[in-house]
Design a protein. Structure first.
Ligand code: FES
Length: 697
């Protein structure tokens, strides 16, 4: 079984075991888990075969967006990443097109339940929950719907500590804990109702939202509708991009951090934004080897402290590199990368090939804004917040939710004043991209004990300032973006080490020995890996080796799930030591030559339409995506073009066609597949009712 037995941050709880079958093989699952995680836990990555060419299919998004994970369960095609496994369930691969189920025998028709609320919030992530709390404070009748079984959105996947400020957005706390706090806060507000496991299907022209709550369909008529629907991961076009083992970083975090499955042994990451860097770190926390991370730009776009954290742990970051091929017979086996020129074209002769069973695609997110657009078209009072409005950190999403809630209050006539000005200012700061990096951190050798603040990049973060009991850590400038500096007294309390989300604060203690001081470093990877008396490889903040040192002590701060490793080092390097290295970087294996241009790469996953087919259609004059759909079937499949539309648009641009010349896909009215009978409140007879004298119709 491929389940996590331990994790440095996440508790491993006992859960009831159930059994199901896949292709007739009996397997074990945990009650309440989704089929895809149960299959991964049993070592199964290939779920189905594509109807077009028999190619193996696995997961991509693990979030119900792409439909690549479709299997047959209980006789019906379902998305394995959304449908929950049940005791005795027979799961089969989908081979070819699914068979239409026998027409259900209608027991009775009904009318969908209707509900009126002041505010409907679609999405229970950080922005939706923050908005709901603001509305709850003023007793506004609010309904929050979320398609998952617990609230928090992507926060429930985040085991690292968050940036921002303590007073505004829980900085220094882990995403999983912030999700709990936001949810807990809502319990104080009885006017806020929560529907989990509830999928918004559409916002209709009669100003009602259709919600599938479990297997019951309801209509909600809100005075104001707020889309807090988050974002979906972008796909990437390269040969081998749909091999099982190649999937989104969010899908990986879902498997590991939500469902506690270990889906990989050797992992490679594409994308040096915060999502890719954090996913690599989460893999290391789960004991998975990360072979490397590539970024096409000259530097990673994510926070430097995130990049430094994984470099210190031995993960090489290849900037100015691209992925040229993922290869394997039925599942991913190797990843080939190459350097790029100034036009981002691969440079022959620079190829490197690595063994990997998992490749994470972390090349950005697209807003899920379909409901907001539908609501605007229907003429509703509609607002949007969080990633659905603009992709940013969760800390920014919380402010964005608050601001949206204030606008709701104004629309409802409950307040007349504008939202506090500082909310908008904080939002702008929290959305900021990282600024410039200042020179290396300075020590304070005039003090017997002092922190060294290795965080030198301008990012919105200040928990070390807030937590210092002596108020000796301040920001270098007025803005929260300024790096911190130390001056004054230090009592060696470790608080700044334990709260820093970047693990970028160390403590130098010369009180016992001036020549060989103790240096304490925060560490979050597996308890038991480092012990007192071990010899550790020291690294500077960026991961360069600084020699070795004896581990003098390991302190376990269980409440923070953080270790403090105390090292005895030479005075000359004490201020530069930032951490210890656990793994040596892996060398590339024999390299394949550059793959052919990406014409063979899949763009539309549902219909397996290649980049070459799309390019040929564009060169033949197609400028309307609906015509493209008719010519190639791109966008025709189950996901409704959620995954391929942005890629197709970039292919248009690559072919020299301006976006203004392209007509987009006609949107389907419904967000996800739904049984037709749901809309008329149909209740089907059960097999038992069929056999008995139940009269029905
Ligand atoms: S992997 Fe299940 S819908 Fe995308």
């Amino acid at each position: 079984m491929e389940r996590l037995a331990s994790h440095p941050v996440l508790p491993i709880r006992d859960r009831k075991k159930i059994s199901f079958t896949f292709e007739g093989r009996v397997m074990e699952a945990l009650e309440g888990e989704v089929i895809s995680s149960a299959l991964f836990a049993n070592g199964v990555k290939i779920f189905s075969e594509h109807k077009k060419d028999g190619s193996p299919q696995g997961i991509f998004c693990a979030n119900g967006q792409c439909a690549q994970c479709t299997v047959i369960a209980g006789g019906l095609p379902v998305k394995a990443c959304v449908a929950k496994v049940a005791e005795g369930m027979a799961v089969k691969p989908l081979k070819g097109a699914p068979e239409l189920p026998a027409a259900p025998c209608v027991g009775e028709f009904g009318r969908p339940e209707e509900l009126e609320v002041d505010a409907l919030i679609i999405g229970g992530g950080p922005s939706g929950l923050a908005a709901a709390a603001e509305l709850g404070k003023l007793n506004v009748a609010t309904l929050v719907v979320d398609d998952k079984d617990r609230l928090g959105g992507k926060l429930v996947l985040q085991t690292h500590k968050f940036f921002g400020s303590v007073e505004d957005c829980y900085a220094g706390e882990r995403g999983i804990d912030i999700a709990e706090k936001l949810q807990e806060q809502l319990r104080e507000y009885p006017s806020v109702r929560i529907w989990t496991d509830s999928v918004c299907l559409a916002v209709f022209s009669d100003k009602k939202a259709g919600i599938m709550r479990g297997d019951r369909y309801c209509l909600v008529r809100p005075k104001v509708i707020v889309s807090a629907t988050g974002a979906r991961e972008k796909s990437l076009v390269f040969p081998g991009n749909t091999l099982p083992g190649v999937y989104g970083a969010g899908a990986f975090q879902t498997l590991v951090n939500r469902d506690l499955v270990r889906p990989a042994k050797k992992l490679f990451v594409v994308g040096g934004g915060n999502v890719g860097l954090i996913a690599a770190y989460h893999a290391l926390q789960a004991g998975i080897q990360v072979t490397g991370l590539i970024e096409a730009l000259p530097a990673c776009g994510g926070y430097k402290v995130h990049a430094d954290k994984i470099k210190r742990l031995g993960v090489p970051i290849y900037t100015r590199h691209t992925i040229v091929k993922a290869a394997g017979k039925r599942e991913l086996e190797t990843v080939t990368i190459a350097g790029v020129d100034e036009k981002f074209k691969p440079v022959p002769g620079t190829e490197k090939t690595f063994a990997a069973d998992t490749l994470l695609v972390a090349v950005g997110l697209s807003s899920v804004d379909e409901f907001h657009k539908q609501a605007l078209e229907a003429g509703m009072d509609a607002l949007v917040c969080g990633d659905a409005e603009e992709i940013a950190e969760a800390s920014a999403a919380m402010f964005s939710g608050r601001i949206a809630a204030h606008k709701v209050l104004k629309k409802l006539g409950i307040v007349s004043v504008e939202a506090p000005r500082f909310w908008f200012e904080r939002l702008e700061i929290l959305k900021s991209r990282p600024g410039k990096t200042h020179g290396p951190a300075a020590g304070s050798p005039e003090n017997p004990v002092y922190p060294v603040l290795h965080c030198r990049q301008e990012i919105p973060c200040n928990p070390c300032v807030t937590v210092c009991p002596k108020r000796s850590i301040k920001l270098e400038g007025e803005s929260i973006m300024s790096p911190p500096k130390f001056s004054g007294e230090c009592v060696g309390c470790f608080k700044c080490l334990l709260i820093c989300p970047g693990l970028a604060v160390t403590l130098v203690d010369r009180r016992k020995d001036k020549e060989r001081p103790f240096v304490s470093v925060p560490f979050e990877i597996g308890r038991g890996l480092i012990k007192k008396g071990d010899t550790a490889v020291l690294t500077d903040p960026g991961g360069a080796a600084l020699g070795t040192a004896e581990v003098a002590d390991v302190k376990d701060f269980k409440a923070e799930n953080t270790l403090i490793i105390v090292l005895k080092v030479g005075a000359e390097i004490a201020d530069r030591v930032a951490s210890i290295r656990l793994f040596e970087p892996e060398k590339a294996g024999a390299s394949d030559a550059l793959a052919a241009p990406d014409d063979s790469a899949i763009v539309c996953r549902c219909e397996r339409v290649t980049a070459g087919e799309i390019r040929r259609a564009i060169r033949a004059g197609v400028r309307d995506m609906n015509q493209l759909k008719a010519v190639t079937r791109a966008g025709m499949g189950a996901c409704g073009a959620k995954t391929c539309e942005t890629i197709i648009m970039s292919i248009f641009r690559g072919e020299g066609v301006a976006p203004g010349e392209v007509t987009g896909f006609s949107k389907r009215p419904l967000f996800v597949e739904t049984p037709l009978g749901a809309f008329s409140g149909v209740r089907c007879r059960t097999a038992q009712e069929e056999k008995t004298s139940w009269s029905g119709f």
